[in-house]
Every structure is written in C-alpha cells, then in structure tokens.
Design a binder for this molecule. Sequence first.
Ligand code: KG4
Ligand code: ZN
Length: 347
Amino acid sequence: MLVLGIESSCDETGIALYDTERGLLSHALYSQIAMHAEYGGVVPELASRDHIRRALPLTQQVLDDAGLLLSDLDGIAYTQGPGLAGALLVGTSIAEALAFALNIPTVGVHHLEGHLLAPLLEANPPSFPFVALLVSGGHTQLMRVSGIGDYELLGDTLDDAAGEAFDKTAKLLGLGYPGGPAVSKLAASGKAGRFKLPRPLLNSGDLNFSFSGLKTAVLSIVNDEKSQSGQLDENSKADIAFEFQEAVTEVLTTKCMNALRETGLDSLIVSGGVGANQRLRERLNQAARRKLCHVHYPRPEFCTDNGAMIAFAGAFRLNSMRMQNAIEGNHGFTVKPRWDLAELHTP
Ligand code: KG4
Ligand code: ZN
C-alpha cells in the first residue's frame, strides 16, 4: 500500500511516500525556521500561508524522486493534530481534496504517534513493548508502548517541556530560535563547575518532570552576571549553556532508566526534537549499556517534524483499516489542535 504523508502542524512542511512492502521511498521537508526567526518564535498565520505555498510542490518532488505518479497512491495520511489550527487545516484540506479527486482513503494521524513511531523507520527497530521518551518543544513524556495505538503514560512534565526550556534558555542567553541546537552548540565550548543549576524532581520517586524552575534559575544567574560585570560575556554564556544542558540531560537520563527499571523492559526509544541532542544521546547510551538495555533513535532529521513519520504511522493505520473493511469514503474533515494521545486506539 503506497501512502503519501503530509505533516503541517507547526513550522515545517514535511511530505513523504511510504510503501508498506518497500518501506520509505522518498521524503522532503521545507523548514520555515528562517522566516519565523526574526520574530523569536512561530507566527501561526505566517506558518499556515507558507504551508499552502510548499505542500503541493513538495508532493510533486517526492513523487518525482520515487519515479511515481499521483495515480499510484493508495491512500493519504495527514497530521490531524495536535498543533496550530490554521497550519493543520492546510495539510488536512489538501489531503482530503487530493484523496477525493483520486478516490482513495485518508487517515488523520496524531502528530505524537508519528514521533513515537519514527524510530521504527530505522534498521533493526525494537519490538513491542518498549519505553518511549517523547521530548519535543511541547512534550516531555515517558510512555509504555505495547503496540501501535496502545500507549500508557508513565510520566509527564508538570510545567514546561524540555524543548521549551531549551528555547527559553536560548532567549535568556541572547541566542536565536529554535533554542535547542543553539544552546547545545554553545555548550560544547562551555566549562563545568562555574555555575550550579538544580536537577528538578530528580529524586521525586515518580516519572514526572518539571523544567520551569530551571529556566528561572538561569534567569537569576544571568541577572547576577549582568549586575556584577555589566554584561554577559561569551564565556559565561557558554558555561551557563553547558550547565543547563547537563541539568536537563541528567534528569531525562535518570528518569528513563527509572522507567526501564519500573516496567522491567529493556528497550527505550527516544523521539522528538530534543532527541537530536548529542549530549542526551551520549548519556542515555552510557546509562543503558550499564543496564544491558538498548536505546533506539530516529536519524537526527526524523527527530524533528517530518513527513516520513506521518506517512509511516498513517500507512500502518490505513492498512489495518483496509484489512478490517473499516475504511470510510467520507472526505469531510476536522482538525484537532488539542488531542490527547490516550484517546488513540489500536487500529
Ligand atoms: O519535535 P519538534 O520538532 O517539534 C515539536 O515540538 O513538536 O521539537 C522542537 C524542539 C524545540 O524546542 C527545539 O529547541 C528542540 O526540539 N531541539 C533541540 C535540539 N534540536 C531541536 N533541543 C536540544 N538539542 C537539540 N539538538
Ligand atoms: Zn513535533
């Protein structure tokens, strides 16, 4: 079954072709980061308009790359939520209109299910069940994944998501958007020991997270430095970035190892934008090796938003629906800007 995937929930237009027999055939991405950078964050209206400009040319591009035609498609998967309502509407309406014209089925995919399953696009994927750490700009969740659509929430952030903390810290340090890659690049030249930051909820006895206090602690260091020396020099910025990254990755690593211990499972998958962080990968790999566990990641470009994860999750769901004769021909649509992953069911 050949499925076109369309991701348009935020600031990336991602399009991909996934075939249930042959795997991922092609994928393309247009990132709006440069457009939003001058505003310091995503401007929803600009995002929607840009998705309109990019979605169809990228669809043609992935078809050309795979040597296929629109008429070869068996189904279309699109991100139905959660995300920015206007941005979601662009992908959803394009998907439904194309599918109506081609007389093929569609499926609305949960963006986080896409992220969760992204590591399964790689060679040697883990088998179910496994523990998943979903760390993005909007989420920091630990889950037990027993199968597609079978997700049990083990822990969640009580306030800011890890990616959000990276983005806010980047702003405090005067770095650009998105903050994660910028903080992590600066941290590489930072030194240990000069600043101290807390490790929130490290020993809380549960699997929850809290990152907003960390951002406040960074703010207070920045203010102290500025009042003592009149400005924040480059070395101080790098040392703060270093300590911030150490704090976040230590908490994430410890909680992941606790989740493996509590569930008795030996595989962990990590997905979402912060999963691209090299220091996090280093720490998780080291800790997992000690516990004889395995960690699986998507390739870095599939950690952040992309069409491949939507095509993959959608192809699985469409295929299951087809086998159960559960495909509907109705091309009406709604988007779900807020959508709890726990509402999903096994297809
Ligand atoms: O999954 P994603 O592309 O979008 C959603 O939030 O759904 O994740 C984006 C987040 C941003 O907060 C960004 O700063 C963070 O992931 N991020 C990183 C890195 N690359 C992206 N954080 C830390 N280190 C990175 N290398
Ligand atoms: Zn995402």
